[in-house]
Design a protein around this ligand. Structure first.
Ligand code: ME8
Length: 500
């Protein structure tokens, strides 16, 4: 399909983004850049989740109006995404009037369909998660219920509210999760299936009394309530592409939507989101791509664990966005949590970016300039090397089409390692006219560069500009298609960091 719509979660802007948010956003950006490179029509959206109690409290603590806070923070998020070279097409904010309109209309549609009713609610709430916890879900400390994620005491809340009839969708959800391959990796679909089968599907409260939570979208048929922040937030995925406003645009992008999320918000994006979509007569998403956590000393990295790694520190350490992007994608893991450390990051950066890819670029550039004045004409191809390039490309494309970015990187790095070994073997510096060797090696480097482009866009562009070729779809380009390389520079792309 040549249209693809890629989304990240919309983040709570009560604090600036950290390495965990960067992890998701860079991954989504790599997919977006890859699909653009393949000539597809991509719409890539990220944004901020600006309503709810969490933001209301954050603004109260700072003594500012929540709107002032979220306006400021939207700029902060955009600044970070610029620093990380995130190529989003649209930055959505849940305070955008168009989005607010969609939320109100969606609630009204569900009300008219008889899927919303008023009743009393009581339960334990975690403000950091913006979520109620039932018995068995929370942990107990000193006889008090605590949030299992944030390790903070839960608040007891008892009030009249409006419910969405989630329970109606139990069979639909079970069938969808069992029969489709929407959720990737599949283990996450099974997790939700087991939970729904065990616990059933309870109706969810989708309103908050405005005297407690006033910072939210006004409930369309009862001014005394605001819409529950999660209900509001999930709808960003449809409001951002013209739902209830521009049908053609909406249908075009929705038909191939890929949501990228962390596993912490899996329940909302399956049980709740799939049901809300069904209730609105919208088909389920094409794919829900779920990844595991970045952890530090066994704990999920996050503000509440106090183990946040700042994005700016990483950018400084690895000299620019490419180093950070590469490292995070190289450790990217959908199934398992990844324990991170400066040592791990340094060793990946030094051994793969500096010593392997950077080294190949520098060696080839210097050799070509010294031996051939930077001009390398097309020569006959070395069958062995062509086969390695071709096999790598095939594997890379397969991995990327299957969302497996870390494996795709490893495959390309194997090619780069082969090319470095090839130089050592043929010793072009000892030859009088090493044209053939250099041409073949440059072709290997060119394909590695095309394939690495979505991950390290700045460095690969620099190589393309310095060596005189275009960044293009690796599948469409043929090996041996460059008539003449004109190498004007042999850049040092990545300077090694001193291992701590
Ligand atoms: O949940 N490891 O926003 P949020 C990996 N507003 N990923 C991590 C991470 C970590 N240690 N920490 C955070 C919300 N993330 C809602 C979403 S969507 C309709 C509404 C990433 O600011 C991961 O993608 O708490 C996770 O799902 C997201 O940040 C949560 O961001």
């Amino acid at each position: 399909m040549d249209t693809i719509y890629i989304t990240t979660p919309i983040y709570y802007p009560n604090a600036p983004p950290h390495i965990g948010h960067a992890y998701t956003t860079i991954y989504a950006d790599v997919l977006a850049r890859y699909h653009r490179l393949r000539g597809r029509n991509v719409f890539f959206m990220t944004g901020n989740d600006e309503h709810g109690l969490k933001l209301q409290k954050a603004a109260e603590e700072k003594g500012v109006d929540p709107k002032v806070l979220v306006d400021e923070m939207a700029e902060v998020y955009k600044k970070y995404w610029r620093l990380l070279d995130i190529s989003y097409d649209h930055f959505i904010r849940t305070t955008d009037p168009k989005h607010v309109e969609v939320v109100k209309k969606a609630v009204s549609i569900l009300y008219e369909k008889g899927l919303i009713y008023r009743s009393r609610y009581s339960g334990w709430y975690c403000v950091s998660c913006e979520k109620f916890y039932s018995e068995g879900e929370y942990i107990v400390k000193d006889d008090k219920p605590y949030c299992p994620i944030h390790d903070k005491p839960l608040e007891w809340i008892e009030e009249d509210t409006y419910y969405f009839k989630l329970s109606v969708f139990k069979d639909y959800l079970i069938k969808l999760l069992s029969d489709s391959d929407i959720v990737y990796p599949r283990q996450y679909a099974i997790e939700i299936l087991n939970r729904v089968k065990e616990e059933g599907l309870r109706d969810v409260s989708i309103a908050r009394p405005s005297d407690r939570v006033w910072w939210g979208v006004e409930f369309p048929f009862d001014k005394n309530y605001t819409v529950y922040v999660w209900f509001d937030a999930l709808l960003n995925y449809v409001s951002g592409i013209g739902y209830l406003d521009d049908n053609e645009r909406f249908n075009k992008y929705w038909s191939n939507v890929h949501h990228v999320i962390g596993k912490d918000i899996l329940w909302f994006h399956t049980a709740i989101w799939f049901s809300v979509l069904k209730a609105l007569d919208i088909p389920p998403p094409k794919k829900l791509l779920v990844h595991a956590f970045l952890i530090s000393r066994g704990l999920k990295i996050g503000k509440s664990s106090g183990n946040v790694i700042a994005i700016e520190d990483l950018i400084e350490r690895y000299q620019d966005s490419d180093g950070v992007r590469y490292i995070l994608m190289r450790v990217f893991n959908m199934d398992k949590d990844v324990e991170v450390s400066t040592q791990l990051f340094d060793s990946i950066y030094n051994s793969e970016l500096a010593d392997t890819y950077g080294n190949l670029v520098r060696r080839l550039g210097v050799l070509a300039k010294k031996k051939l004045n930077g001009i390398v004409y097309k020569r006959s191809l070395n069958d062995e090397l062509v086969k390695v390039i071709d096999d790598t490309r095939e594997k890379y494309l397969e991995y990327m089409e299957n969302y497996e970015v870390a494996q795709a990187i490893n495959t390309v790095m194997d090619l780069v390692r082969e090319a470095n070994a090839y130089i050592n073997k043929v010793k072009p510096w000892e030859k009088k006219s090493p044209d053939k060797d250099l041409y073949n090696l440059l072709e290997a480097l060119r394909f590695a560069t095309l394939m690495l482009y979505p991950i390290i866009p700045k460095a690969t562009r620099k190589v393309a500009d310095s060596f005189g070729f275009k960044i293009e779809d690796p599948e469409k380009s043929s090996i041996g298609s460059i008539e003449r390389y004109n190498i004007i520079d042999a850049p040092i792309l990545f300077r090694k960091v001193r291992i701590q």
